[in-house]
Design a protein around this ligand. Sequence first.
Ligand SMILES: Nc1nc2c(ncn2[C@@H]2O[C@H](COP(=O)(O)OP(=O)(O)O)[C@@H](O)[C@H]2O)c(=O)[nH]1
Ligand SMILES: [Mg+2]
Length: 264
Amino acid sequence: MFLEAANFLGGLVGIFGVVLGAASLYASNPTVQLAGLIAATATLILTVGWGAYRSFPPTLKDLASCVGTHLTLKELDGVTPRPLLVGLVGPSNVGKSTLLNHVVQQVPPPRRTDNVSVAIVALQLSPPAYIGIVDGAGQKFAQQFSITSVADALLVLADHTHSDQLPALQAERLKVHEDFSKQLQDHIVDQGARAVAHVHLLLNKMDLWQSDPSRPQLVKWFEDTLVASWKNGNWAKSVTRAHHSNNVPANVTDVAEILRGLAK
Ligand SMILES: Nc1nc2c(ncn2[C@@H]2O[C@H](COP(=O)(O)OP(=O)(O)O)[C@@H](O)[C@H]2O)c(=O)[nH]1
Ligand SMILES: [Mg+2]
């Protein structure tokens, strides 16, 4: 790098120096000769300085030192190692915020921006692992979908009901999840079929539905309809799933461990 930059400019300086030198020879006035010498020397110093400056790689920020901050995608280029970028998606009330609050040590306050930004967080594990949570610019579906264009992994949350108390499945709610996943998948195709590296599907609120008579129907729907829709396309390079409750610490740890595994 230094040699390349220096060689090119050195060549120019060489030519410039020859011209200056030749000009000085013809100049009988010693002031003009001195000026020529100074100009040639200054050019040489500037050239060598420029080459040295260009040869230094830009300083990279350590990922761990960015925990608790939001970075733009451009800023992320200056961070090493590059974090796994995770998108947390699903319709309203499915438990995204609750999961995020449990799975990371501290959720940075939201950043007000029109662009996609990334919150650098530490997973609740020891030793901690660091990932980037991709923030769509809000809660709307379209904004959540924009996440898919940058995320390496998607956590797709589903549940049996909009409620946080009722144990029985609601058919309309399952339809909401089907539509949500369908739109997300369409969006991935619209982006030119850039598959997301990993999709992890969570059937949340297990504490509510696990003892309900509708459980077998719910579990079958999750497997045959929702999980199948992700597996039967080129949306994701790999697909995993789990039954999950944000109220069960072991389930939350499992999610953190999956993310740690993907981050390696
Ligand atoms: N029973 C139960 N409630 C949950 C669970 N996860 C989230 N909730 C509740 O569901 C509601 C919506 O959760 P929230 O995280 O705000 O959903 P978001 O809109 O997807 O961010 C809140 O009242 C949560 O306490 C769960 O696993 N079990
Ligand atoms: Mg929320």
